[in-house]
Write a protein that binds this ligand. Structure first.
Ligand code: AMP
Length: 296
């Protein structure tokens, strides 16, 4: 691994795969632009205070736990599977999936209760998550035999090498296509910003600033900024329509006559209703914009 650039904290980011693009977008939106030299760069400056190293998402828990990076972004499923002592500093809310137990539809297995040991090592479970799977079945007091695979576990029951599988599910279509039924959830996962707790003290300030920056972007994504001109006489009712963070900001409009401008931050999923309600109250000149960052 290359020498660290002095004074910069090193963040391990996925070099490819499902999380890579979303991670880059999130950091760029937080003002931490990656300055890569070509697509194959292994290290790149990340804003002024950090540098990124690009590695496989699976390796990130190890790199962070071993101190090769000060923090990292990877799936919680991979952090759990690593069984290393790592702390989740922030849930990044993308890469959402579940690690589930699944069985062939015609197997008759519909719940964990149907998974019984035959006294001969128990059912064979194909998985790319052997540690999480072993832990789950041990906690459930079921004897099983792990069949480790590096991916595509869903094919194993059809090949006769396993009775059941544990695999990641996002939409569920891969299980359906392979005629597998979900039987139980082992864990729920999203992308996380992680660090090794014991190394946090000296880096706490930089990490707190990074968390605050990323969090402000995530918070803003679900919100919109709405502006409208409203008859002054309707202001009391506007308060019910536009709760905002602290209630709407009310601003005089030059030559506005009976109109005043109201501005507020509104949840994205409430915008449709809010616009309709403001129109009913005589609102005009309604403008909705995205918010880049929101720090309450
Ligand atoms: P789906 O058909 O949408 O349920 O996706 C399932 C397939 O995508 C499986 O092969 C999983 O291994 C893989 N997958 C789904 N979500 C993730 C994720 N967040 N990270 C890595 N692999 C995933």
């Amino acid at each position: 691994m290359q020498q660290r650039t002095k004074g910069r904290l090193r963040i391990a980011l996925p070099n490819k795969g499902r999380l890579a693009d979303d991670v880059r977008t999130l950091f760029a939106d937080a003002g931490l632009e990656l300055r890569t030299v070509g697509d194959r760069a292994l290290v790149a400056p990340l804003g002024a205070d950090f540098e990124a190293i690009f590695v496989r998402a699976q390796d990130i828990p190890e790199f962070v736990a071993d101190g090769a990076a000060d923090a990292g972004v990877t799936g919680w499923d991979l952090v759990c599977e690593s069984e290393r002592s790592l702390e989740s500093l922030l849930d990044l809310e993308f890469g959402r999936c579940r690690l589930v137990v699944a069985a062939r539809e015609e197997s008759g297995i519909t719940s964990l209760d149907d998974i019984v040991s035959d006294g001969n090592g128990g059912p064979r479970v194909a998985t790319a998550f052997p540690r999480s799977t072993k832990r789950y079945f041990a906690d459930a007091r079921r004897t099983i035999t792990i069949v480790p695979v590096s991916g595509a576990a869903e094919i194993a029951p059809h090949l006769g090498i396993a009775d059941i599988v544990t695999d990641l599910v996002s939409t569920g279509s891969t299980l359906r296509v392979n005629q597998l039924r979900e039987v139980a959830t082992i864990l729920e996962s999203t992308a996380r910003l992680i660090t090794a707790s014991e190394r946090l003290p000296g880096r706490k300030r930089a990490m707190d600033e990074l968390v605050a920056a990323l969090e402000s972007v995530l918070r803003a994504r679900g919100m919109r900024y709405i502006m409208a001109n409203i008859p002054r006489a309707a202001l009391d009712q506007v308060r019910d329509v536009l709760p905002g963070l602290n209630g709407p900001t009310v601003i005089d409009v030059m030559n506005g006559g009976h109109l005043v401008a109201v501005h507020a931050v509104v949840r994205q999923d409430a915008i449709y209703r809010t616009i309709a309600d403001l129109k009913t109250l005589g609102g005009e000149g309604i403008l909705v914009t995205r918010i880049e960052r929101l720090m309450p």
